[in-house]
Design a binder for this molecule. Structure first.
Ligand code: SF4
Length: 483
């Protein structure tokens, strides 16, 4: 029995996660390790013995948010409370954190999060008056951490960390280092544990998921990994792939996606731009022919595939002609889902010093033009879904604000609604399937007929006896607004 369990009061930790799904995975791992060791979670920082912020340092704005959050907690720290800065900003700019937030007691790097328990034990025992700094590589990181599923039946599964790509705008390789793939057996075991814990969907994440295994001398081993996860976890309903790198989407990968029914017909392939000159300056693969061919192959093998991508507008030197090329490319490919970012110059990246930086007003204007074009494309793609019968995973319940949704007549403001996702929507970044008038349990899967489409979301109604599993809304039902 650990020393925490021998005391009357279990020490409490407050853990705040900033940034992307990769951080969410690490936070869930830390939470599980802490709980297994007798620590309990609290949502109230005042009630915590240990304060942990899993920081993000990807963009300047994220860095500022992380520093502000740490500062807020440091200022209100009471005697005996310890503050840990974990994650990307700790890894990338630990010295800056120490300078700006003197109240931080420890830095925990992105590859050391599994050492959270000995770290907080040491902090609480006051074993050192020095600030702890765990930022290098761990001796081994092959451990399997079984985490509870998040987002109502859905969990992220991180298969590697770091990145070998040379993208000119990205600071990630400078602080996360080169690609390090987790051993296949560890990933498969973790997936099986998540499914045992109730996950219906696993979302595969990495900096570049399609490069999985290359550092272990097993290039293109992602298809093998995905097949192994499916074989080992037959109860898993959806396996979803995020962050595929252009050029690394192999025929083997497409084949395994087409033959394993658990792998959803969805692919997120961040392309960053649609003009070869901009892509060359970005140090990204610039062959649009490859993209068109791969999209054709994916759509031939998986006719109902939903494709997502992300673009950056306002990259240095992006002329009006290059930007027009991006819009043409969007029209030609017709992505189902799309995210767009305004270029942000990150110190230490090659793009920071490039000439012909684009002014903020132009970036803003281009961002709006991409969004407007994509809204029309997404709406048209969504309209093709009307009449289809789709399985959905319930995320929660809410109340409609039909005006802000620009909703068709079948939705009324104030109406209670179940919020779900089909295979076409990744958690957090894509849209929802709204099911009015029925309350279903988060984490439950059900079947709906699509009755309406909006630019981002679909509307569905339960089919057969699917609604019997839910509860009819009553006026007294407690509802969370798009919770
Ligand atoms: S592939 Fe992604 S993580 Fe890797 S360098 Fe490029 S943008 Fe950064």
């Amino acid at each position: 029995m650990s020393k925490k369990k021998r005391t009357n009061r279990h020490p409490a930790y407050y853990l705040l996660t900033l940034g992307c799904p990769k951080n969410t995975v690490d936070s869930e791992g830390m939470a599980m390790l802490l709980q297994n060791d007798g620590y309990r979670a609290t949502a109230n920082p005042d009630a915590a013995d240990i304060l942990i912020v899993n920081t993000c340092g990807f963009l300047e704005s994220a860095k500022e948010e992380s520093l502000a959050t740490l500062n807020d907690l440091a200022r209100s720290k009471r005697r005996g409370q310890k503050l840990v800065a974990a994650g990307c900003l700790a890894q990338r700019n630990g010295d800056e954190i120490v300078r700006h937030v003197p109240g931080v007691d420890a830095l925990l790097g992105t590859r050391r999060w599994m050492e959270i328990v000995p770290l907080v034990d040491a902090l609480r025992a006051g074993r050192s008056t020095e600030r702890y700094s765990l930022l290098g590589d761990p001796e081994h990181d092959d451990g399997v951490v079984v985490r509870p599923p998040a987002f109502g039946g859905s969990a992220y599964l991180k298969i590697s960390d770091g990145c070998n790509a040379p993208c000119a705008f990205c600071s990630i390789p400078s602080f996360k280092g080169k690609l390090r793939s987790r051993p296949m057996a560890a990933v498969v075991d973790e997936a099986a544990g998540l499914v045992r814990n109730g996950a219906r969907e696993l979302v595969v994440v990495a900096q570049d998921s399609t490069d999985y295994g290359r550092d272990r001398g097993e290039a293109d081993s992602l298809p093998q990994l995905l097949a192994a996860i499916c074989r080992r976890s037959p109860d898993l309903r959806w396996l979803r792939l995020m962050y595929a790198y252009p050029g690394h989407v192999s025929d083997r990968l497409i084949e395994v996606m087409a033959t394993e029914p658990q792998i959803v017909n969805y692919l997120d392939m961040p392309l960053q731009h649609g003009h070869p000159e901009t892509l060359r300056r970005m140090r990204r693969p610039s062959s649009l022919t490859w993209v068109h061919k791969t999209v054709d192959k994916l759509r031939a093998a998986l006719p109902d595939i939903a494709l997502r991508t992300t673009f950056i507008v306002g990259f240095p030197g992006e002329t009006e002609a290059e930007f027009a090329g991006l819009l043409e490319f969007m029209q030609a490919v017709q992505f189902d889902k799309l995210g767009v970012f305004k270029f942000s110059p990150e110190p230490g990246t090659p793009a920071f010093d490039l000439p012909d930086q684009v002014d903020e007003e132009t970036k803003e204007e281009r961002w709006h033009r991409v969004m407007a074009l994509q809204q029309g494309i997404s709406l048209a793609r969504n309209q093709t879904q009307v009449g289809r019968v789709l399985d959905v995973l319930v995320e929660g319940t809410g109340e409609l604000d039909a005006e802000s949704l620009d909703a068709p007549v079948q939705l009324r403001s104030g109406e209670a609604v179940t919020l779900a996702r089909s295979y076409r929507d990744a958690p957090e970044v894509d849209g929802l399937v709204l099911i009015p008038g029925v309350a279903l349990q988060p984490g439950q899967m059900t079947t709906v007929r699509i009755t309406g489409a909006m630019a981002y979301d679909l509307i569905g109604e339960p089919v057969a006896d699917a609604s019997a599993a839910g509860v009819a809304f009553t006026p007294a039902a407690e509802l969370v607004l798009f919770g």
